[in-house]
Design a protein around this ligand. Structure first.
Ligand code: DGJ
Length: 751
């Protein structure tokens, strides 16, 4: 069992082949942190790693000490993991060890998404009980260590075992005291249509944090931070990742105290949060997933991708190849008819598309975004045969049918709002702010949650649906739970998320064959919480290939390609007006869950022919592109390049196959030729290299043929083969390199 308790030295050691995590009990009874790093041998003592003991907090004894779940008010002056309002009004808390259990497997988290095991033998869980005597507040800290994943999952439950009510003001999922650094902090930041750009900064004394207060994890910040040693790269250096399995308001905070510790905390955002715990009540906190790597950012990504793909994503679609889809949104937008959709469907089917997705505008009288959210009955003006009629005709063409919904919203102009104005979130006596002409339904109310569940279920049962895109297009303002008393209003945002999760949980269980894709105005809720229900998410509303380089690069730090919806759209691009080659648009979108978002009837014959080839290529390599190991090579941000070039690759688990994507934004005169060094290959294997598209660029011929894995990783692929190579390529040039290891060596030498 990879969790050891040494009663003599009062230390707990969690370990697997990738990491060790050590806790200790101080003489005072506080739970201390000893070590989180590369694996240390089992059966040994490590208590000396914390040379000071803590008997009391007298005389500032906490300097340099690490705690597992710190509180404020006794002598630790750094930011706390837990802060409560106690019945006597004092904020002082002292959480003292009261026992622990080591359990096989991993239990689900009540009401919240989390990683899981399929067999108890996959992981062990440590639960530590902490108690604050005077108040009766209790915390159960949970630590799960997987045998085969370089990840440690932490969560906590706060319980009121006293007689008087308590109010939770701050309750982190995890707090970790690392050494004083120096550290660099990485975060995934952005805005609408420009999400999850990789941003790094040096940690300085004091607190540096990211957060969301928008009711969703947000376009602006993703619930993730990493700390890495300065100079760490994609391949080298020590790095620690902290990812929160949560889709609402969060805080990730790094505090360097100048005295030898750097505290990282991640959890529900304490801003605007409070939770009243009556005697005997309990609050379950979301899960934080901690990973560490000696192989820089690449190592973090490997760990998150494997875990999130196989033990966070769930359901029938977790491991299935995902269909190539077409979404009508950036085609006719709201202005479609059944005839138009069928015309699009006919062309789509000829191109090899497998799933036809009808986006916004099919219900109520929704000809623009000003009306009808909440009225989930089909608009017979547009679809005289109903959803069922359309779906059956699409199926008759030989494709599956999918549908867009945005069930958390209501339009002021809707029957639902006329009937239930009290269901739209509003603070008493204040005007409701409209964003995108809509309000948010109050999912802290059980009756609204039930309505949403019943309504979605009715829609999903009304037609043969194979896919659902669940959208959410605005942040929450005037937060107020219509059924919550004044002293529970601080619970609103979390209760909203619990409402969303409960509907997702029940609907995905009831319709297990439907593939769900989450969306929030693009990537505004692209987080591990929703990944537990919807194994893929619409990555961004920006479908421009060049913009997508930075977005997919940053997203891939935590999230695997199988989670990233990526579509080819029309040019000029609808978000930025850029005209990029069709081949480049596909070469970027291939490294995600691939599809098209355009009107195929508007394509020229040449474009149709090219798209048919793209789809055939993707289908041929889909297993690799969706489930292979993804490695970033040259980055548009934070990588080794100057931002003009990006490269990444997917490698099969057995390292026999790989596909490399290379992208150059602007061609430059007399640019250095350069080589592209690959990673993750078998150095002893010999690979046959081919290029896509093979359009006569000299680089295609120059790289074609047999190449050793050692050569490809140490010398690299050629990026140019003759002088003046840029002149025929133009801007936004891309190339895919397809590598297949031969059974018999050696391959014939290249011509
Ligand atoms: C925002 C989404 O991100 C888009 O893809 C599209 O579904 C629109 N909403 C529809 O309103």
């Amino acid at each position: 069992m990879p969790i050891e308790w040494n009663a003599e030295t009062r230390e707990l050691h969690l370990f697997n082949g990738e990491m060790s995590y050590l806790l200790c009990l101080f003489a005072s009874g506080h739970l201390g942190h000893l070590y989180f790093g590369g694996p240390l041998a089992a059966g040994r003592r490590y208590r000396h790693l914390q040379p000071h003991d803590l008997e009391t907090f007298d005389n500032g004894a906490t300097d340099g000490l690490g705690f597992e779940y710190p509180t404020h008010g006794s002598g630790d002056f750094r930011a706390p993991a837990l802060a409560l309002d106690l019945a006597d009004g004092s904020p002082a808390l002292d959480l003292i060890y009261a026992g622990h259990r080591i359990l096989a497997g991993k239990a689900p988290l009540a009401g919240l998404p989390a990683t899981y095991v399929e067999r108890a033998a996959e992981a062990d869980t440590l639960e530590v009980d902490l108690r604050d005597g005077p108040s009766g507040a209790e915390v159960v800290l949970s630590y799960t260590i997987f045998r085969d994943h370089a990840a440690l999952c932490r969560s906590a439950r706060v319980r009121n075992a006293g007689a008087s009510p308590l109010t939770v003001r701050c309750a982190m999922s995890a707090s970790l005291d690392l050494d004083g650094g120096p550290w660099d902090m990485l975060q995934l930041s952005g805005r609408w249509a420009h999400e999850r750009q990789l941003v790094g900064r040096r940690v300085v004394q004091g607190s540096q944090s990211i957060e969301s207060r928008r009711g969703a994890s947000s376009h602006q910040q993703n619930p993730f931070v990493a700390l890495e040693r300065p100079g760490a790269t994609e391949e080298t250096g020590e790095a620690y990742g902290f990812s929160l399995v949560y889709s609402g308001n969060f805080l990730a905070d790094v505090e360097a105290d100048g005295a030898g510790t750097t505290r990282v905390r991640i959890g529900i955002n304490p801003a605007g949060f409070s939770w009243r715990l009556e005697a005997g009540a309990e609050l379950q906190l979301p899960e934080a997933v901690l990973v560490r790597s000696d192989r820089g950012r690449g190592g973090l990504s490997d760990a998150y991708h494997r875990l999130y793909r196989s033990r966070l994503a769930r359901g029938a679609w977790r491991d299935r190849p995902r269909p190539v889809l077409i979404n009508n949104w950036e085609g006719p937008y709201f202005g479609f008819s059944e005839a138009k959709l069928l015309e699009m469907g006919e062309v789509a089917r000829e191109l090899g598309i497998e799933l036809f997705v009808l986006d916004d505008g099919w219900f109520g009288e929704r000809d623009s975004d000003t009306t009808s959210l909440g009225d989930w009955t089909v608009d017979r003006r547009k679809l005289p045969g109903g959803l069922d009629g359309l779906a059956r005709q699409i199926e008759a063409l030989g494709m599956k049918f999918g549908l867009w919904i945005e069930p958390e919203m209501v339009s002021p102009k809707s029957r639902l709002f006329a009937q239930h104005p009290e269901w739209a979130i509003a603070a008493p006596g204040r005007r409701r702010t409209q964003i995108r002409n809509q309000y948010v339904l109050d999912l802290s109310r059980p009756d609204v949650v039930e309505w949403m569940h019943d309504t979605i279920s009715r829609v999903l049962a009304s037609a043969p649906l194979s896919y659902v895109k669940w959208d959410m297009n605005r942040s929450i303002t005037e937060p107020f739970g219509g059924l919550l008393p004044a002293d529970r209003q601080g619970e609103f945002f979390h209760r909203y998320m619990l409402g969303v999760y409960s509907v997702y949980e029940r609907v995905t269980a009831r319709f297990p064959e439907i593939l769900f894709e989450s969306c929030a105005g693009g990537g505004g809720r692209f987080d591990p919480g929703l990944l537990a229900y919807a194994p893929q998410a619409w990555t961004s509303d920006d479908s421009d290939a060049i913009e997508r380089l930075g977005i997919q690069w940053g997203t891939s730090l935590v999230y695997p390609p199988s989670s990233m919806g990526a579509h080819v759209s029309a040019v000029p691009n609808h978000q930025v007006g850029r005209v990029t080659p069709l081949a480049t648009r596909a070469a970027v979108a291939f490294f995600g869950v691939f599809g098209y978002e355009l009107d195929p009837t508007a394509l020229s014959a040449d474009e149709r022919a090219a798209i048919a080839v793209q789809i055939a290529f993707y289908k041929q390599h889909r297993d690799l592109l969706q489930a292979g190991r993804f490695l970033r090579l040259i980055g548009p941000a934070g990588g080794d390049g100057d931002g003009n070039e990006t490269a990444w690759m997917c490698v099969s688990d057995d390292r026999r196959r790989a596909i490399v994507g290379f992208y150059r934004v602007l061609q430059r005169p007399a640019a250095p030729a350069g080589r592209l060094r690959l990673r993750g290959l078998d150095p002893a294997a010999v690979y046959r290299v081919s290029t896509w598209p093979d359009d006569g660029d000299p680089v295609d011929r120059a790289n074609a043929g047999a190449r050793g894995g050692d050569e490809l990783m140490r010398a690299g692929l050629l990026l140019a083969a003759e002088r003046g190579h840029g002149t025929r390529r133009g801007d936004f040039w891309s190339r895919l390199f397809v590598l297949e290891a031969g059974d018999a060596e050696p391959w014939p030498p290249s011509p």
